[in-house]
Design a protein around this ligand. Structure first.
Ligand code: BGC
Length: 383
């Protein structure tokens, strides 16, 4: 570009000097004019070169930024993630949040930019934490609500601040999920369908055969149910579908007791101790999760009963201790609640919002039935 401009202006300068004629005064003037034109040409050309270089530099910078953004993980290290857990003192959610943090880091987030807070099982505390995250300007929020029924309020807060939101573990109701879709909001739920886990708990017993499970041979299965937080759909569905699986197999059932253990081992231990002394005819203890099944087992053993011989016990989650009990025969079975798939799914959804790829409004995963047959392989897969 510089060369072309110089030669063009030089040619015009020479032409001018030729046109001016042969007189020496005139010739001098022509030469001076030609020199001035040539100098101007050089200045113009240099300015043009500088401008061209600036344009090229800017273009390179823009191209680099675009490439980094397209690569996605390139700039995740600068992104801030806020994670709200309903309660740190929950065995399953502890596995979940540990895996979530490790996976986020493995995907390129900086540990310093991941903040995980404990809602201490109090919605007001959690709502405050969400407001703080909004003030801090996090890039994405991952929320395990204390109360699923508070989801609409939480969504309004977060969407109002234009922050994408990934719900985990406690599924908001169908109306709430429909709202995300109809408004095209960046909100999704990552989790499993609790009906499946309840059904699998029942099937573990059905697979053993009615003759075995109906210990007193009265044609009915006498059971006690220990529920998680009844506000939580996991508790509601597991309670309903575990019993339904027995009924669907044509078994008659009799509920001796139904108590709320709030997902907690010590609470369940106390409840089951009371139930067993009031109802020694209990054949099956259903627990909505493994933490409570571990508490139930303590009371079963304290009552001098033996799982697999004079009582049956099932849980959900596949906590390591519960898997070891299944292998030892001290628990009849459990259901693997895949915290690895769920935490990775939640992190991937967060990344998809950050990169602009977006997500479906529901991201599901499957439970796995666990008995003595596969407890060892599930245990190995968790190591
Ligand atoms: C798990 C429970 C846990 C609860 C917390 C359930 O999916 O099975 O162990 O306490 O989530 O919301």
């Amino acid at each position: 570009m510089k060369k072309k401009l110089v030669s063009l202006l030089t040619v015009s300068a020479m032409t001018m000097s030729m046109l001016v004629g042969c007189g020496s005064g005139a010739a001098d003037t022509a030469t001076q004019t030609a020199e001035t034109v040539a100098e101007t040409a050089t200045d113009v050309a240099e300015t043009a070169t500088d401008a061209a270089q600036e344009v090229a530099d800017t273009a390179t910078e823009v191209a680099e930024t675009v490439t980094e953004e397209a690569a996605g993980s390139g700039d995740l290290a600068d992104k801030k993630v806020g994670v709200c857990i309903y309660q740190f003192a929950d065995n399953f959610m502890t596995l979940f949040r540990t895996e979530l943090e490790n996976y986020l880091i493995s995907q390129g987030f900086s540990k310093d930019n991941i903040t995980i807070v404990d809602g201490a099982n109090d919605q007001a505390t959690q709502t405050n934490q969400i407001q703080n995250f909004i003030t801090q300007g996090v890039d994405v929020l991952i929320i395990n609500p204390v109360n699923s029924s508070s989801a609409a309020t939480i969504t309004d807060l977060v969407v109002g601040a234009d922050i994408p939101l990934v719900y985990i573990n406690r599924e908001p109701d169908a109306d709430e999920e429909a709202r995300w879709q109809s408004n095209g909001w960046n909100v999704t739920y990552v989790g499993c369908d609790a009906r499946q886990s309840g059904t699998m708990q029942g099937e573990i017993l059905v697979d053993l055969g009615k003759e075995k499970v109906d210990l007193n041979g009265d044609g009915k299965i006498q059971y006690i149910m220990i529920e998680g937080d009844p506000e939580n759909v996991d508790a509601q569905y597991r309670t309903e579908f575990s019993v339904k699986a027995l009924e669907d197999a044509g078994w008659e059932v009799e509920e001796l007791d139904d108590q709320v253990g709030m997902w907690d081992q010590a609470t369940a231990q106390q409840l089951v101790a009371n139930s067993l002394s009031a109802h020694p005819e209990t054949e099956v203890v259903f627990c909505n999760n493994d933490a409570m099944a571990l508490g139930a087992l303590q009371s079963i053993e304290a009552a001098g009963r033996k799982v697999g011989e004079d009582i049956y016990l099932v849980g959900v989650d596949a906590l390591t201790e519960a898997l070891e009990d299944v292998l030892a025969g001290t628990m009849t079975g459990t259901v693997f609640n895949d915290h690895i798939a769920q935490s990775h799914g939640a992190a991937d959804a967060a990344i998809n919002y950050i990169t602009g790829a977006g997500n479906d409004y529901y991201i599901g995963c499957d439970y796995v039935k666990v008995t003595t047959d596969n407890a060892q392989s599930v245990l190995d897969s968790l190591k």
